[in-house]
Design a protein around this ligand. Structure first.
Ligand SMILES: [Zn+2]
Length: 250
C-alpha cells in the first residue's frame, strides 16, 4: 500500500513537471521567459485558471478547449504530462530510491523529452536546454570525471561520424544539436552502451526516413527524438545490453 502511494506521488510530481515542460517546449524556442507571465490562451489571451492547470485533469475539465473562446487546446499537452508522469515512475521503479541521482536522472530525461518535442517542431534544438541536459548528465553518477570523459568521447565519435557522412552524402548530416545529445548519452551510459544506443536510434530512424524518401517529401527528420528514446531504453535495460555486449565481444 505504502508502495502504491509512493508511486502515485511520484506520478503526480512527474506530471506536474510535465506541465512545466509544456511551458518550456512552447516558450524556449520563441525566446520567451519560462517564469512569467502565467499561461494564457494564445488566441483570446484569457489567463489559465489554477484548477485548469492541474496536469491532465485540467485539460479533461476543459474538454480540450479554451474556457473562454473554445479554441481547441492540443491533446499534446496532457500527453506530455502523462508521459512525464510515467517517466518519473519508471525511473523510480528502476532506482527504487528518491535521492539526488533520481532527481538528476529524471531531470536529464525530462529535458531530453522537451528537446525531442522541440526538435520535432523546429528541426533544431535550443542550446540552453541541450547544454543543461549535458551538464546535469555529468553528475548522474558519483564518478563525475569518468562521465565527462565519456561525454567527450561520444561528442568526438559523433563529430567524426558527421564528417564522414557529410562527405559521403555531399550534404550536412547530423546537426550540432545531435552531437551535444550524444555527449549526454555518453555521460549517462558510458561509451559501450552509447554505441548500442546510437545503433538502436539509427535503426529505428531508418523506417520514417525511408517513408519520407518514398513519399518524395521535403520533410526533414528530427534525430533527437530517436537518440533520446534509445538512450532511455538502453539506460533502463543497462544490464541486459551490457550482457549482450559481452556475449558478442567477450
Ligand atoms: Zn481562448
Amino acid at each position: 500500500m505504502d508502495n502504491l502511494v509512493t508511486y502515485i506521488l511520484i506520478f503526480i510530481l512527474g506530471s506536474a513537471i510535465g506541465s512545466f515542460l509544456n511551458v518550456v517546449i512552447y516558450r524556449v524556442p520563441l525566446g520567451k521567459s519560462i517564469i512569467s507571465p502565467p499561461s494564457s490562451c494564445p488566441k483570446c489571451g484569457t489567463k489559465i485558471k489554477p484548477w485548469h492547470n492541474i496536469p491532465i485533469i485540467g485539460w479533461l475539465i476543459l474538454g480540450g478547449k479554451c474556457a473562454e473562446c473554445k479554441e481547441p487546446i492540443s491533446v499534446r499537452y496532457p500527453l506530455i504530462e502523462l508521459l512525464t508522469g510515467f517517466l518519473a515512475v519508471a525511473i523510480f521503479y528502476k532506482l527504487k530510491i528518491f535521492d539526488i541521482f533520481f532527481i538528476i536522472d529524471f531531470a536529464v530525461f525530462a529535458t531530453l523529452l522537451a528537446l525531442s518535442v522541440i526538435d520535432f517542431d523546429y528541426k533544431a534544438v535550443p542550446d540552453s536546454l541541450n547544454l543543461l541536459a549535458l551538464t546535469l548528465a555529468f553528475f548522474s553518477s558519483a564518478d563525475v570525471l569518468e562521465n565527462i570523459k565519456n561525454a567527450l568521447l561520444m561528442i568526438g565519435i559523433l563529430s567524426l561520424v558527421r564528417y564522414y557522412v557529410s562527405y559521403i552524402l555531399k550534404r550536412e548530416a547530423l546537426g550540432e544539436g545531435d552531437i551535444i545529445v550524444a555527449g549526454t548519452m555518453g555521460a549517462l551510459l558510458g561509451v559501450k552502451l552509447s554505441l548500442i544506443a546510437l545503433f538502436i536510434a539509427s535503426v529505428i530512424a531508418i523506417f520514417p526516413s525511408l517513408y519520407i524518401r518514398f513519399k518524395n517529401s521535403e520533410l526533414e527528420l528530427p534525430f533527437v527524438p530517436f537518440l533520446a528514446f534509445a538512450t532511455f531504453i538502453v539506460w533502463y535495460f543497462k544490464d541486459f545490453f551490457l550482457n549482450l555486449w559481452s556475449s558478442i565481444y567477450g
